[in-house]
Design a protein around this ligand. Structure first.
Ligand code: ATP
Length: 208
């Protein structure tokens, strides 16, 4: 089984990394692909380039088995629609279950994603807990897809929805950008090597 963990990663932090590691182990994934977007379709454009966000991710996972950075969205023209990303991953992995991991905050906006229903044609969606986001009642389309246990995700290649509790870490990239811009110390919210890269390139100095 292959896991997919998309995001802006502006910058990558321990909220991403710890949950990525936990789901890789819980779901016994062969690998988990962290996929930085080029142009996020549903939010403001990041002022740090895709290449730099990609580099920070690579630095962050360099020594962690099973976590890989995938640059397909950076190499694709136009907005980074997840449905296109899943379609290309499905073409490369015909029968394997694909699991798309998203935080509960992202799930709350899922119905605004481009062609969101089609995501289930290519993958399962696993929603990870995130502080401040309680579970809401599901519309029929999603309720029908709800899987009760992880084994079900192994038995078919796509189409299910699953909720997974992970360690709740109240860390966000917004908070880190704000700390840096105001001269506060973001140490221990993200890997030291990523922080060193941020300092070297003087990222996130503008007010947020
Ligand atoms: P920003 O503060 O800029 O919105 P972010 O910290 O939410 O950024 P993203 O790169 O937008 O990070 O998130 C990518 C994915 O990681 C999303 O699915 C999001 O829900 C999930 N995620 C981010 N931080 C956490 C966290 N602390 N716990 C669980 N999931 C997280």
């Amino acid at each position: 089984m292959i896991g997919i963990y998309g995001g802006t990663f502006n910058p990558v932090h321990y909220g991403h990394l710890r949950t990525a590691l936990e789901v890789r182990e819980l779901f016994e994934l062969d690998e988990l692909r962290l996929i930085p977007c080029r142009l996020p379709p549903h939010r403001d454009q990041p002022d740090v380039s895709g290449e730099m966000r990609y580099e920070m991710l690579q630095i962050a996972v360099a020594n962690t088995t099973g976590l890989h950075v995938d640059r397909r969205e950076l190499d694709r023209e136009g907005p980074s629609y997840m449905v296109d990303t899943l379609k290309s991953l499905r073409e490369e992995n015909s029968g394997a279950p694909l699991l798309l991991f998203i935080g509960a905050d992202a799930f709350a906006g899922l119905e605004r994603w481009y062609q969101w229903r089609r995501l289930f044609d290519y993958a399962h969606i696993v929603v990870m807990t995130r502080p401040g986001y309680a579970r809401q009642p599901l519309p029929d389309f999603l309720q029908r897809r709800l899987a009760e246990d992880r084994a079900r995700l192994r038995a078919q290649s796509a189409g299910c929805l699953f909720f997974q509790a992970v360690t709740l870490l109240d860390i966000s990239a917004t908070q880190i950008r704000h700390l840096i811009a105001t001269g506060a110390n973001p140490q221990f919210l993200l890997p030291e090597a990523v922080l060193a890269f941020i300092q070297q390139h003087q990222l996130y100095q503008a007010p947020y």
